[in-house]
Design a protein around this ligand. Structure first.
Ligand code: TYD
Length: 215
C-alpha cells in the first residue's frame, strides 16, 4: 500500500516558541520514523510574495497601515501560501513525506482576522471561506498556547520590533486562534507552550505519533 504524506501545521502567537519546537519535532521525527522523509517549512516563505512580506514586516514602524495596504498584505499572505502549496506541499505529500509547516493558513485567518476588523464584517470567517475551495487542509494542527503577556516578555530580547509584537494585538490574535481551534476540535490539538522547549516538543510529539499510527 502506498504511504500517503501527512501535513502537520504549527500555529500560535509570536513568542510562543513554535519555530524552536518545530526544529526539535523534525529532529525527533527523524529518529522515530527514519524511513519517512520529513520536510520542515514555514510561512511566510522565501518565495517572491514571502520576501515582499518579510521586507514590509521589518520596515514597519508599528503605525496602522491604510485599509488598502492591509488588503494588500492579506493577498500577499494568500499568494505566498498558494506558492508554497504548489512548490512544496503538494509535491512533498505526493512523495509520501511528513510535512511540518511553521504557520499556515490559520495564521492568515487569525492575524488578518484582526487587521481587517471593520473592513469586512467577519474577517476570520471571510478568510476561511476564501481559502476553503483550494487549500490543502492540514491533517493535524498544533496550537501553541501561551499567555500573550509571557509571549511578549519572551520577545523582549529579540532585536527586531515588528508591528505584530504588541500585547493588545496578540491578545486578539490569540482569541482568533482559540476560536479556530473550537471550530475544528478534531484537527486542532492545543499544546501548553509555557514550559521549556524540550517539554513542549515532547507534548507535541504525542498527537503527531498518534496521527502517523492511524495512517
Ligand atoms: P514569523 O516568520 O512566524 O515570525 P517570527 O519573526 O516570529 O519567526 O511570521 C512573521 C509575522 O507574520 C508574524 O507576526 C505572524 C505574521 N503572519 C500573518 O500576519 N499572517 C500570516 O498568514 C502569516 C503566515 C504570518
Amino acid at each position: 500500500m502506498r504511504v500517503k504524506g501527512q501535513l502537520i501545521t504549527l500555529e500560535g502567537i509570536d513568542g510562543s516558541g513554535k519555530s524552536t519546537v518545530a526544529r526539535l519535532i523534525a529532529k525527533r521525527l527523524h529518529e522515530a520514523v527514519p524511513q519517512r522523509k520529513i520536510i520542515l517549512t514555514a510561512e511566510p516563505t522565501g518565495g517572491q510574495a514571502g520576501k515582499i512580506l518579510k521586507a514590509q514586516l521589518s520596515a514597519s514602524d508599528g503605525s496602522e497601515p491604510s485599509v488598502a495596504r492591509r488588503m494588500e498584505e492579506l493577498f500577499l499572505f494568500m499568494a505566498d501560501h498558494a506558492d508554497q502549496l504548489e512548490k512544496l506541499i503538494y509535491p512533498s505529500l505526493q512523495e509520501g513525506a511528513i510535512v511540518i509547516s511553521d504557520r499556515y493558513a490559520d495564521s492568515t485567518a487569525a492575524y488578518q482576522g484582526v487587521t481587517l476588523r471593520g473592513v469586512v464584517p467577519d474577517p476570520v470567517q471571510w478568510i476561511r471561506e476564501i481559502y476553503s475551495p483550494w487549500n490543502r487542509h492540514p491533517d493535524r494542527t498544533l496550537l501553541f498556547s501561551l499567555d500573550p503577556v509571557l509571549a511578549l516578555q519572551r520577545m523582549q530580547s529579540r532585536p527586531e520590533r515588528e508591528k505584530f509584537e504588541r500585547l493588545e494585538f496578540l491578545r486578539e490574535v490569540d482569541k482568533n486562534f482559540r476560536h479556530l481551534a473550537a471550530l475544528e476540535p478534531d484537527r486542532f490539538v492545543t499544546i501548553d507552550a509555557s514550559r521549556a522547549a524540550d517539554d513542549v516538543a515532547g507534548q507535541a510529539m504525542m498527537p503527531i505519533l498518534k496521527l502517523l499510527e492511524q495512517a
